[in-house]
Design a protein around this ligand. Structure first.
Ligand code: ASP
Length: 306
């Protein structure tokens, strides 16, 4: 039986004009490591859920991406992370919002799914669950990256001057993975620091099931990145599955419609990765780029940026 895996490191890519060969190599290497972490699970006959969590943990550990270690800062200079997982087998899901502490917020999202009767947890109770689950914690030093801090200062200064940022890399980013395992189950996982200089307490699309993360064996698994508020209002990830289910569209047609029409026409810059129950992958985006990668059983992994 075949398996497939797709990952993204966010649509908030560095503008092509500002990308250096060294940076480009580093991004491709980070994506390749995450693909390998996820594919290793699938190669051994592991589940789609285990694979997407392994891939997202690798991206969270990588300071280049806006999730976990490389998370962006709020307007108050803090980091508040959102994450979610969903299992297509039974539509079980777990998510957390606004957390700081666990090195891998995606593992905490999974703990919510597996250890509680709820879908979403926030606040001290979410952190208590992380402790109970034995998840590793990081401190301010672990999570600090100079580039993210500098981006916050620049964004705040631009705000002061009444200017709008034209640089997606300064504004946002996210990481995510979708997989179809050898038994035909699909799963999705997404994790983010959100948007630079977001208001404290702001929650994006990532932990909202249906908006930034969705999975259902009947149709597909989806992980999104982009302007979260618009993805929430268009219920973007679940809309792809809905178009497949109700209109009989293919994964690719449905995903292209949502990203290129619904989102693009409504200020929803970004993209999505999706896999259907047959293992087909699509990765449409309406921004200048999206860090992404994919691998299928029997074929070599591929990573791309623009
Ligand atoms: N969707 C994320 C959020 O709004 C940000 C991003 O993917 O760029 O929190």
């Amino acid at each position: 039986m075949t398996y497939s895996l797709a990952i993204h490191g966010g649509a908030g890519t560095i503008l092509k004009a500002k990308m250096t060969p060294e940076m480009e190599t580093a991004y491709h290497a980070g994506l390749a490591r995450a693909l390998e972490a996820g594919e290793a699970v699938l190669r051994e006959g592991g589940t789609a859920m285990d694979a997407v969590v392994a891939a997202v943990c690798a991206l969270e550990d990588e300071p280049l991406f806006n999730a976990g270690r490389g998370a962006v800062f709020t307007s108050a200079g803090k980091q508040e992370m959102d994450a979610a997982v969903m299992d297509g087998k039974d539509r079980r899901a777990g998510s957390v919002a606004g957390v700081f502490g666990p090195k891998n917020p995606v593992r905490l999202a999974r703990a919510v799914m597996e250890r509680t009767e709820h879908v979403t947890l926030i606040g001290p109770n979410a952190l208590e669950l992380a402790r109970q689950a034995g998840l590793p914690f990081g401190d301010e030093v672990y999570f600090f990256t100079q580039t993210r801090w500098d981006s916050l200062q620049e964004t705040l200064e631009m705000r002061e001057r009444g200017e709008v940022s034209d640089d997606p890399a300064r504004r946002h980013g996210t990481v995510g993975a979708v997989a179809r395992d050898a038994t035909g189950n699909v799963a999705a996982a997404t994790s983010t620091g959100g948007m630079t200089a977001k208001a404290p307490g702001r929650v994006g699309d990532t932990p909202m099931i249906g908006a930034g993360t969705f999975a259902d064996n009947e149709t597909c698994a989806v992980s999104a990145t982009g302007h979260g508020e618009v993805f929430i209002r268009w219920n973007a990830a679940a809309e792809i599955a809905a178009r497949m289910r109700h209109a009989g569209e293919t994964l690719q047609t449905a995903a292209e419609h949502v990203v290129m029409q619904d989102l693009a026409k409504n200020d929803g810059s970004g993209g999505m990765i999706a896999v259907d129950r047959h293992g087909n992958i699509t990765m449409p985006f309406n921004a200048q780029g999206m860090y992404r990668g994919m691998v299928r059983k029997g074929s070599a992994p591929e990573t791309s940026i623009y």
